[in-house]
Design a protein around this ligand. Sequence first.
Ligand code: NCD
Length: 325
Amino acid sequence: MAQKDSTWNINGHFKGKDILSLHQFTPKDIKKVFTITKKMAQIAKYSRVSKLLSGTVTTLLFYEPSSRTFGSFGASVKRLGGQTIDILDPKHFSSVSKGETLEDTIRVFEAYSNCLVIRHPVVGSAKAAAEAAFFIPVINAGDGVGEHPTQALLDMYTIFEKRGRLDNLTGVFAGDMLNGRTVHSLLLGLSLFKNNTMYLLSPKELKLTRSDYKSFTDRGIKLIEIEKEQEIPKNAHFWYWTRVQKERFADLKAYEKVKNRYAITKETLENFAGKETILMHPLPRVGEIDIAVDEDPRALYLRAQVRNGMYVRMALLGLILGRIG
Ligand code: NCD
């Protein structure tokens, strides 16, 4: 088996590369993913038989709970004619329970598969897994409070599809800026494009760390931190609502104090959103968007956004396994 391509930057070459962070991408790389995503959407929408990934096995190794990311990766592989090994909760159901190290687990599954997707509670663990895998590419499906690059790509695809561009945007992020890995990756992604201004609505306790704030703004994105809905700019291009990440709190009382500080109702939309503002959420939601909002055509979280998750992951798998592009 050939060694994989461990070069960090993608720079137009996806084959054999790990997908760990939005730091690896250029705007051109993102556009390339989108071009192929569009083709994948056609395969999935019309249930076309595809053999793009036939003969390949992808390991899905999830140390943290997941519905969408796990499910959509599985669906992506299967819709393209590949197979998966599904390891959910390895702490209980694999040799990890006997004390096996992450590195050993990765070395074992790389012997069985052509690609490995990992979700893990520790920041940097996807990178450690990628370093342990000599032969196969590793995809970060969420590393603690770090990053969630495939989620950011699907979020950006959704914005691009609905708003027609990724620059000159005004967006509103709400909820947990501190612990939200989807927020971190999406801010990194949007910072690749010119003239983007993001309003970050969160309680003081859940603001970005100062070091994240600096590293994002150093890339050219404008961030405005706000604490009241009244400060939301009218006619933002999109809203990106998030849940407060309960599992990252050592003290549940501290969680109770900040959870659902900002909940969207029909009135919130009426008062602060524009007619064209699209409403996104990575899900799961736990009370921060009223279900009455779901029927609003601007609400994309249970519609295009989830579907795009599968299409984008189909595109990425095809690219890094060298079957397309
Ligand atoms: C997110 C995650 O796991 O970071 N979920 C997802 O993958 N769509 C968001 C969250 O759990 O709040």
